[in-house]
Write a protein that binds this ligand. Structure first.
Ligand code: AVJ
Ligand code: FE
Length: 382
């Protein structure tokens, strides 16, 4: 679990990371990737498990194609191992909706491909060196992020790996609200160490006083929202949210059975932004802005609790910070800027420790529910 003081966050190092450490990080991440697919039959890996998600074998090939492109080709100056596969594994050339139809590598072929690329990448690390480490860090984190995507697929398919195994240790303090006083704070990642382009540059943001919930909303509280007509009371829903809910006949978070949630005391997950927004209004509250979220999560006086168990929807649309520069991977962030995508903060139980940070930004469309995402409420100070 993430602590406000940085406990639980991977410590950024000086020149990003030293050379042996990057090799170890690549290996550790690969171990986790392979552990996710090891228990599954080949048929499960080839199949489109959910219309939103790629076949798991596609994720594997995409992870390797990305590594081949950024480490072997761009950093090392070598040729791609399989230039014929580049388009098929490019997330933009081949959107998720058509990934079930294409001749991606399957079974032993994809395992051989990812192993061959990895050998080439480790040769580059040995012979060319890590450079300033940015591209290696990008590749490690890309694979780690795909591990979370793969867990989303496993969740939606009801396969092992899609749900947290053990509950995190319970923190001792109570619930209620934390009052954060008005004042500017420095938002975003500083110039040193690795950060994604969308976390920079760090800039000062004035934030009026606000209140934020010490804890995320639990399944138990969400169940009461359901039972209290949460999904029927038109006045709590935005126009867009209401049409979405009606069209898809949504009446509870994704993954609940007729018995409701599995664990009442854990943070609710798999709710859309539309549901999060309606829930907040029903409580006479609202979602925090991402500036409020980051200020609260880095405020040394009184920490928000249970950060890192479930992503937290914010009210903010995904945009570049003032002075944003796309780097090095242009399609990572910039193409999603605008009023369609909402920002999530904090990370989830499925987020690799190395990726976590108080400045990390995640984003998705307001109707999406595959993310391990819930809600932390905020309020104006009146
Ligand atoms: C940052 C989680 C929104 O999954 O679309 C993976 C991460 N980008 N490959 C995504 C990502 C390219 C990204 N998110
Ligand atoms: Fe990717």
């Amino acid at each position: 679990m993430i602590g406000r003081d940085g406990a639980g966050y991977a410590q950024p190092s000086m020149a990003i990371a030293a050379h042996p450490e990057l090799g170890d990080a690549l290996r550790a991440t690969r171990g986790r990737t392979l552990a996710l697919v090891a228990p599954l039959d080949p048929g499960e890996l080839e199949r489109v498990q959910h219309p939103l998600m790629s076949p798991l074998d596609w994720d594997l090939g995409h992870i390797a194609a990305y590594e081949d492109l950024w480490i072997v080709h761009r950093h090392g100056g070598g040729a791609l191992l399989r230039p014929d596969l580049a388009d098929l594994y490019d997330a933009f050339e081949t959107p998720r909706a058509v990934r079930g139809e294409i001749p991606f590598l399957r079974g032993q072929d994809v395992l051989d491909y990812i192993a061959a690329v990895r050998e080439r990448a480790l040769e580059v690390l040995r012979d060319v060196g890590p450079g300033d480490g940015t591209l290696f860090e990008l590749v490690v984190r890309h694979e780690a992020q795909h591990n979370e995507t793969m867990r989303q697929t496993l969740f939606l398919a009801g396969l092992p790996g899609g749900r947290p195994i053990a509950a995190p240790p319970e923190a001792a303090t109570g619930g209620g609200w934390i009052d954060v006083p008005a004042g500017p704070f420095e938002m975003g990642a500083g110039a040193d160490g690795f950060a994604f382009d969308n976390e920079r540059p760090r800039h000062s943001v004035g934030v009026p006083a606000f209140r934020i919930a010490r804890r995320p909303v639990t399944n138990g509280t969400w169940l009461r929202f359901c039972e209290g007509g949460g999904y029927e009371r038109r006045e709590w829903w935005s126009d867009e949210g209401w049409s979405w809910k009606e069209e898809y006949d949504i009446s509870h978070p994704e993954g609940w059975t007729s018995d409701g949630p599995v664990r009442a005391d854990r943070p609710v997950t798999h709710v859309s932004w539309f549901e999060a927004d309606a829930f907040a209004r029903a409580q006479g509250a609202r979602l925090p802005t991402e500036a409020e979220w980051e200020k609260a999560s880095t405020w040394t006086q009184e920490p928000i609790a249970q950060v890192g168990e479930a992503w937290e929807w914010t009210s903010s649309c995904f945009a570049g910070y003032p002075g944003f520069v796309a780097h090095p991977y242009r399609e990572y962030s910039e193409v999603f800027f605008g009023d369609r995508y909402r920002v999530l903060r904090g990370s989830s139980w499925a987020t690799e420790r190395r990726v976590r940070s108080p400045t990390l930004r995640n984003w998705d469309l307001p109707q999406r529910r595959q993310i391990f995402a819930g809600v932390r409420l905020a309020k104006d100070v009146t």
